[in-house]
Design a protein around this ligand. Structure first.
Ligand code: FDP
Length: 291
């Protein structure tokens, strides 16, 4: 994917594909290409029995009963940034199937909680391409060496600062945020924190993880349940950030403890430095007590 993304302006693979995904979002050509490529690679690998993808309505059953793993993937995150040469990413979660190996995939294999992930991570196509992932024993980053075509360990055991001074939120929606989010933004402004919002979840998250900060996508009038998807965006980043010493919440609950009810379920997402996320949770609690 790295090669295609880097050449996006030179061939006919940028721009809209002309269709919408299940969530009514305009698919970009690269969304579709990334989806096909990852599904093909996971199928050929032979370890996976089913895939949940942002770009597909239902579960992709690979008819590989011997496969031990279920993968949830957002093949290309930050699609609205593809055509303008801004960092984008890929996000993935890996689950061990619950049903017996050798039998067909069942519902219980699919809608698993984030706390059941055995590995998760993301690829960031930025000024360099990186893979950051965890298997539950810390989180590490690998940088892509383009001439050798390999990822090399470059960020061993990443630790997110407990407290930071960057906040990332689409402040254009300020007037439709819940009260506690508005209060938190006021607090950030008073303290003259740094507002940084790329609009590519992976890129905003990665910067905050290395520097210390918080990313927020709360409920809004347009997206009352939040915009981001639990199964292939939030859970993976929640696993990575927790493994790096940070925190991920929907305001009231740990993201990884939310029981998914559907494949494309959306949740509010607040994640990053532990103390910053706890502060937002405390403001949320105050609001709930008041009303
Ligand atoms: P996009 O719609 O461009 O795919 O995953 C959805 C996402 O991007 C995130 O990457 C990004 O952080 C967020 O949506 C941006 O949404 P807003 O434009 O509403 O801020």
């Amino acid at each position: 994917m790295n090669r295609e993304i880097n050449r996006a302006g030179l061939n006919d693979i940028s721009g809209a594909y002309g269709a919408q995904n299940i969530q009514g979002e305009e698919q970009q050509k690269l969304d579709v290409i990334a989806n096909i490529r990852f599904i093909r690679a996971l199928k050929n690998g032979g370890e996976v029995c089913a895939i949940i993808s942002e770009e597909e309505d239902g579960v992709i059953d690979l008819a590989n009963n011997k496969g031990k793993y279920v993968v949830a993937i957002d093949p290309l995150d930050g699609s609205s940034n593809i055509d303008v040469n801004v960092s984008i990413g890929t996000i993935f979660s890996i689950y061990r199937r619950k049903s017996e190996i050798g039998t067909p995939v069942e519902d219980q294999d699919i809608l698993q909680k984030g706390s059941d992930q055995v590995a998760a991570g993301y690829l960031l196509y930025g000024s360099s391409s990186m893979l950051v992932f965890t298997t539950g024993n810390g989180a590490s980053g690998f940088t892509y060496e383009i001439t050798l075509g390999e990822f090399y360990l470059s960020h061993q055991n990443i630790r997110i600062p407990k407290m930071g001074n960057i906040y990332s939120i689409n402040e254009g929606s300020y007037h439709s945020f819940p009260g506690y989010i508005k209060k938190y933004i006021e607090l950030c402004r008073k303290k003259e924190y740094c507002a940084r919002y790329i609009g590519s979840l992976v890129a905003d998250f990665h910067r905050n993880m290395l520097r210390g900060g918080i990313y927020l996508y709360p409920s809004t009038k347009k997206s009352p349940k939040g915009k981001l998807r639990l199964m292939y965006e939030c859970n993976a980043l929640a696993f990575v950030v927790e493994q790096a010493g940070g925190r991920a919440s929907d305001g009231q609950r740990r993201i990884m403890e939310i029981q998914p009810e559907s494949l494309h379920q959306r949740v509010p997402l607040i994640l990053g430095s532990e103390d910053m996320v706890r502060q937002v949770e405390a403001l949320c609690k105050e609001d709930l007590i008041k009303y």
